[in-house]
Design a protein around this ligand. Sequence first.
Ligand code: SAM
Length: 215
Amino acid sequence: MKEAIQSGARIYSKPVLFLYDFFVLQFSNSLVWKCPSKKLLDLYNQHISANHLDIGVGTGYFLDKCTYPSRPRIALLDLNPNTLEVSAKRICRYQPEKYQADILKPISVKPRFFDSIGINYLLHCLPGDISNKEIVFKNAKSLLNKNGVVFGSTILGDTSQANFLARKLLAIYNTKKIMSNSKDTLQDLEAVLAGNFRGYSVKQEGRVALFSARV
Ligand SMILES: C[S@@+](CC[C@H](N)C(=O)[O-])C[C@H]1O[C@@H](n2cnc3c(N)ncnc32)[C@H](O)[C@@H]1O
C-alpha cells in the first residue's frame, strides 16, 4: 500500500511540473477529460475563502488564478516536496505555509482550522476505490471551521462514454499507478459525501466529478 501511495505523488518531478499546466490543465482537461480548466477555476472562485488549505497542490495553478475575498492565509499540503516548492514559489505573494504530509494519515497543521479546503485532482491519484479514499474527507473535516467547505474535483474511472484518448490515458496511468481511479464512481463519491457532511453538491462534467461539501 505504501508503494501505491507514493507513486500517486512521486511522478511530480520538477520537469513533469514544468509540463503539467500545458499537458494536464490545458490539453487533457479540454480534449481528453472534457472538463475545461475554466470550470475548475469557477469552482475555486465559488468556494475559496481567505483562510484556505489546499491539499495536493501540483503547480498551484488554481491558487494563483483564483480570486480571494480578501488577503488570504493559504496553507499548502502535499506528500511531494517538489510540488510544495513550485506552488509556494508561484504564490509567494501570499506567503503560504507549507506542510509535507500524507493526507491518508492524520494531519497536524497549526493553527488548525480553515474556512475552505481544496482537494482538486487529488482523489484519482490515491490508491483503492472511493471507500479507501473516504479518509481524505474525514481528515479534511477535522481541519475545517464550523460552516467550512471542502471542494474539488476528481477524474472518474468509468470509461463507458470516454473517447479513445481518455481510455488510453486512463489505462496507462492506472497501470503505472499515476492514477488509481478505475473503480471510482460518481455514486460512491456521492455516498461518501452524504455520509460525512451536513450538505453537499456533486455534478459530472465530461469524465470529471466536481463537488463541494459543508460541515
Ligand atoms: C494531479 S496533482 C493535482 C494538482 C492540483 N491540485 C491541480 O488541480 O492542478 C495531485 C497532487 O496530489 C499530491 N498527492 C498525491 N498523493 C498524495 C498524498 N497521499 N498526500 C498528499 N498529497 C498527495 C501530488 O504530489 C500532486 O501534487
